[in-house]
Design a protein around this ligand. Structure first.
Ligand code: ZN
Length: 204
């Protein structure tokens, strides 16, 4: 399985990092070895002093497909989840400045948090208006809704399938809203999809 990640999909997050608004979705991959093992803490890697949390809505692909038309994209997934795209921001900035790929800053071990549960999309009135939030040490640090996405879920599925065949079990990280920030040892991070807690992790 693969983890397909979208960057710069929320206007206010683009502003906070002073990035340019892209013409098309920004796409990158994380290896399966980056998935944080269940019940394990997130360990800050030794090569970064500025690891950021990025809370993101996840979509699990349940049917093989390529060149998917946007109007059929909804038939390629039935569950949504929540995760974190941990990012070594200092390393990413260095790589970006040199025009180099980001993988080392985003694909390291533990950098992909996948929530403990998946929620059937039928539980929501619309997949284009799902509220979610991240709490750090009991305080809300990121809070948004899929309604704020520049490219909505179906558009993302259609777009990435023009480049990569989507397979059963592949997961799309759909981008983070504003409020990203540094994590420190002893932080506790909890993610909520609607009001359902989907993960709780400790930072070491
Ligand atoms: Zn991200």
């Amino acid at each position: 399985m693969k983890l397909i990640c979208i960057g710069r999909n929320y206007a206010k997050h683009i502003e906070e990092l002073e990035n340019e608004r892209p013409e098309h979705p920004v796409v990158f991959l994380k290896p399966d070895s980056s998935i944080l093992l269940k019940k394990h803490p997130f360990v800050i890697p030794p090569f970064s002093n500025d690891v950021h949390h990025e809370i993101e809505i996840l979509v699990k692909i349940n049917k093989i497909g390529k060149h998917i038309d946007e109007k059929f994209a909804h038939t390629y997934y039935s569950e949504v989840g929540l995760g974190i795209d941990f990012t070594a921001r200092d390393l990413q900035s260095e790589l970006k400045a040199k025009g180099l790929p980001w993988e080392k800053a985003k694909g390291f071990d533990g950098a992909a948090v996948i929530g403990n549960k998946w929620i059937n999309k039928e539980n929501f009135n619309s997949v284009d208006d799902i509220p979610f939030r991240l709490e750090k040490n009991g305080e809300v640090v990121q809070k948004s809704s899929t309604s704020q996405m520049l490219w909505k879920i179906d558009a993302l599925i259609s777009y990435v399938s023009q480049y990569f065949t989507l397979k059963i079990g592949d997961i799309i990280f759909t981008g983070t809203p504003e409020g990203v920030g540094r994590v420190q040892e002893e932080d506790k991070l909890k993610g909520f999809l609607g009001d359902t807690e989907l993960f709780s992790i400790n930072v070491k």
